[in-house]
Design a binder for this molecule. Structure first.
Ligand SMILES: Cc1cc2nc3c(=O)[nH]c(=O)nc-3n(C[C@H](O)[C@H](O)[C@H](O)COP(=O)(O)O)c2cc1C
Length: 192
């Protein structure tokens, strides 16, 4: 059975982005996949220390729970990431995780031995939710996710952004959003 790895970045458990993410995963499940959800906020890990030790073999020497995340990405078949908008972009928890993939940047570009092969392309999807209607915020987040997916050899295949949802669980008032993200999860895994 194929596995979808789902990264939830909000510190708010069962908040809007996590609700959407789980609906996406439910769609993938309906299409015959299994999923594993990681709550980034529950991981004990430090930001990248820019020590460059990873330049020699592509491996991060910082011994914390990020060491559990790398193999999960390697062993999954596709990736979906969900983030709330915070201060006009994706949240700090997710950015901290992304920066810890600097070792994969070295593996890909300097050592030419990426941990995830370039072909066939694995797929990545992004979900974001913000309180304000301002489109630019989600676009900022999407730009960063594109860089991340490119670095880890995942093809950015799409995103869904929801604006105007602030209170915990507010997204539940929008059955259209839930249906859309569920269908997106189903469609995402089709043909993989
Ligand atoms: C620290 C912080 C900063 C935020 N900054 C923004 C922002 O710049 N723009 C915005 O639209 N919403 C912002 N929000 C609101 C969240 O994006 C919104 O409440 C979202 O629904 C939270 O998703 P969650 O329930 O998955 O955590 C911020 C929330 C927090 C806690």
């Amino acid at each position: 059975m194929k596995t979808l790895l789902a990264l939830a970045s909000s510190p708010r458990r069962n908040g809007n982005s996590e609700i959407l993410l789980k609906e996406f995963c439910r769609g993938a499940e309906e299409a015959g996949w299994q999923f594993e959800l990681i709550h980034i906020n529950s991981l004990e890990f430090r930001p990248c220390q820019a020590c460059d030790a990873c330049a020699k073999d592509g491996r991060c020497i910082v011994k914390d729970q990020m060491q559990e995340v790398y193999p999960k990405v390697i062993n999954s078949d596709a990736l979906v990431v969900a983030s709330p908008v915070t201060f006009g972009s994706l949240n700090a928890q997710l950015k901290m995780l992304i920066d810890r993939f600097q070792c994969w940047w070295h593996a890909k570009y300097n050592l030419k031995t990426p941990f995830v092969p370039d072909e066939p392309k694995r797929k990545g999807f992004f979900i974001c939710v913000g309180a304000l209607k301002r489109k630019q915020y989600c676009e900022n987040a999407i730009e960063i996710i594109k860089v991340f997916f490119h670095n880890i050899n995942h093809k950015f295949t799409g995103s869904l952004a929801y604006r105007g949802y602030d209170e915990k669980g507010a997204i539940l008032q929008s059955p259209e959003a839930l249906a859309e993200v569920y269908q997106a999860g189903k469609d995402f895994v089709k043909g993989i």
